[in-house]
Design a protein around this ligand. Structure first.
Ligand code: SAH
Ligand code: SF4
Ligand code: F3S
Length: 444
C-alpha cells in the first residue's frame, strides 16, 4: 500500500532491452530519493517517459500519452513530467515538446542519464524547465543505483552505442559511438547483483560481438572471452546476451555458449533480409549464404539452441524477387521466432535519401505474407520439445488464470500450475502441448 504522504513515480519505457535497463537505473535513483512506484502516470508525482525512435510510430504513442497528462499537471503544480531516451537526441522532437507541451519540465538525452539525480533536484527547485541533451558521450557512463523489475534477473550493459551504421537505422545517431565497459566493472556489477538475489543476467549491447573491453592489466578482451568469464562467476544460474550481429559471430562464441551449461541456448541473430542484394544496400556486411552457414554451424554445435531473428520488409529498392528471397530464407532456416517490421524511414539515415522507396500498400501486403510464412515455418520447430522434461526459470504468476509462467534456457515460455512461492526459482517442467510460441506444461 502507498500512504498518502508518500511521493510516487512512474516510468514508462519504450524500445529495446537497453532502454528497459536504463529505466531500472532511473527507478533506482528515484527510490534513493525516497519515492515509491505509483499506480499510474496520472496519479504519480514524477513521470518519466524513456523513449525509443527506431521506428516512426513510437512518437505518436508518446505524444498521445504526454497529452493525456496535461490535466493532472494543471491540478498538481509540483508534478514533474520528464522525457528522456533516444528520441530526445533528435532536435526536432525536443523543439516539438518545447512548443506543444509546456508542462513537460525535464528533458534529457541518452548520453547523460547518469546525471539524472541532479536533473530531478533542479526540476524540483528551479522555476524554468531543465533541458540537458548532449551531442556525444563524455566516456563510459558512471555506475548508478537500480531498481530491478524482476528481483531475480537483470540486464547488464557491456557496451554502449553502435558503429555499424546499417543504412536504415537511427541508433548510431542517437546512441553515439561504440564504447565498451571494462571487464572488472562488468564482473563487479554482476557479483553485486548476485549478492542481491539475481540468478540470471543478460549482457546487453547493440552488437555484443564487437565488444572490446579492457581487463585490469590493460589487455583487450573479446566478447567470447568476457562471456566465458561471466559464465564462471559463482552463483550465476543463467547468462543471456543480446544482440549478435551475424557479420562477426565467431567460432569461439559458439564454443563458449556450447561449453558453459549456464549459458542459455538462445541466439538472437537479426538477419533483416534474405536477399544478398538488399543486405548489401543495408550495409550489413554478410550475404544470405554466409548467414545460413552460420546458422547451420550454430545448430550443429549446440543441440536444442533456439535461433530468433528480426526482419524488415520494404527497405528501399526491395523488389518482389528480393522479398521472395526473404520468404524462402524463413522457410529454409525455420527460426524459433521472428520479429517482423515494416521499414520505417528515419531522417538522417542513408536509406532515407534513397530514391526507390517502396509503396506503402506493397509493404503492407508483403508484411502480411511474411507473417503467414513465419507462423507456418516456426510451428514445425516447437513440436520437437513435446514430452520432454526441461528446467525453467519461473518468472511470474498470472493472477487471473492462476498459472505460473517460466522460461526455458532457449527462451521459450511455458505455462503450468504451481505455487507462487516458485517465482524466481528454477524447476523441472514437462512440456505437454504447444500453443503458438509457448507451451502448456506440468511441474515435475
Ligand atoms: N542492434 C540490433 C538491432 C537494434 S534495433 C541489430 O543490429 O540487430 C532492433 C530492430 O529494429 C532491428 O534489428 C531492425 O530489424 C529493426 N529496425 C531498425 N531500424 C528500423 C527501421 N528504420 N525500420 C524498420 N525496422 C527497423
Ligand atoms: Fe542499428 Fe545496425 Fe547498429 Fe543494430 S547494428 S543498432 S541495426 S546500426
Ligand atoms: Fe529504440 Fe534507442 Fe533501443 S532507438 S531500439 S530504445 S537504442
Amino acid at each position: 500500500m502507498i500512504s498518502k504522504s508518500q511521493k510516487t513515480y512512474k516510468i514508462i519505457t519504450f524500445g529495446c532491452q537497453m532502454n528497459a535497463r536504463d529505466s531500472e537505473k532511473l527507478a533506482g535513483v528515484l527510490e534513493e530519493k525516497g519515492y515509491v512506484e505509483g499506480i499510474d502516470d496520472v496519479s504519480s508525482d514524477i513521470v518519466i517517459f524513456n523513449t525509443c525512435t527506431v521506428r516512426e510510430n513510437a512518437s505518436n504513442r508518446l505524444y498521445g500519452r504526454v497529452g493525456y497528462l496535461k490535466k493532472s499537471c494543471m491540478e498538481n503544480k509540483n508534478k514533474i513530467v520528464g522525457i528522456c531516451g533516444c528520441m530526445m537526441q533528435e532536435k526536432d522532437e525536443v523543439e516539438t515538446i518545447k512548443k506543444k507541451y509546456p508542462y513537460v519540465k525535464l528533458i534529457f538525452g541518452t548520453h547523460n542519464i547518469d546525471e539524472f539525480s541532479l536533473y530531478i533536484d533542479r526540476a524540483l527547485s528551479e522555476d524554468k524547465r531543465v533541458i540537458e541533451v548532449r551531442d556525444k558521450a563524455l566516456g563510459v557512463e558512471r555506475d548508478m543505483p537500480s531498481k530491478r523489475v524482476f528481483p531475480f534477473k537483470c540486464g547488464v550493459n557491456i557496451m554502449y552505442g553502435c558503429d555499424n551504421f546499417c543504412a536504415y537505422c537511427i541508433v548510431p545517431y542517437v546512441r553515439g559511438r561504440e564504447r565498451s565497459r571494462d571487464v572488472k566493472a562488468i564482473i563487479d556489477e554482476i557479483k553485486r547483483d548476485i549478492a542481491d538475489g539475481v540468478i540470471e543476467v543478460m549482457l546487453l549491447g547493440q552488437n555484443v560481438n564487437s565488444y572490446k573491453g579492457k581487463d585490469t592489466d590493460g589487455n583487450i578482451v573479446s566478447f567470447p572471452d568476457l562471456l566465458d568469464r561471466v559464465c564462471k562467476i559463482e552463483g550465476l544460474k543463467r547468462v543471456r546476451f543480446m544482440t549478435s550481429h551475424p557479420k562477426d559471430l565467431s567460432d569461439e562464441l559458439i564454443k563458449v555458449v556450447r561449453d558453459n551449461e549456464n549459458c542459455c541456448k538462445h541466439i538472437h541473430l537479426p538477419v533483416q533480409s534474405g536477399s544478398t542484394h538488399i543486405l548489401e544496400m543495408m550495409n550489413r556486411h554478410y550475404t544470405r549464404d554466409s548467414y545460413v552457414d552460420i546458422v547451420d554451424k550454430i545448430r550443429r554445435e549446440i543441440p536444442d539452441v533456439a535461433i530468433t531473428t528480426d526482419i524488415i520488409v520494404g527497405f528501399p529498392g526491395e523488389s518482389e524477387d528480393d522479398f521472395e528471397a526473404t520468404l524462402s530464407l524463413v522457410k529454409e532456416v525455420k527460426f524459433d521466432s521472428v520479429f517482423t517490421f515494416e521499414y520505417s524511414k528515419r531522417t538522417g539515415t542513408k536509406a532515407a535519401s534513397m530514391e526507390n522507396q517502396v509503396d506503402e500498400k506493397v509493404v503492407k501486403d508483403r508484411f502480411e505474407r511474411l507473417l503467414k510464412e513465419v507462423e507456418s515455418s516456426s510451428r514445425t520447430n516447437i513440436d520437437r520439445y513435446i514430452g520432454r522434461v526441461i528446467d525453467v526459470l519461473v518468472e511470474s504468476k498470472d493472477r487471473e488464470k492462476g498459472k505460473l509462467t517460466g522460461r526455458l534456457s532457449n527462451n521459450y515460455l511455458v505455462h503450468f500450475d504451481g505455487d507462487e512461492s516458485l517465482v524466481g526459482k528454477i524447476v523441472d517442467v514437462k512440456l505437454i502441448k504447444p500453443f503458438g510460441f509457448y507451451f502448456e506444461g506440468k511441474l515435475c
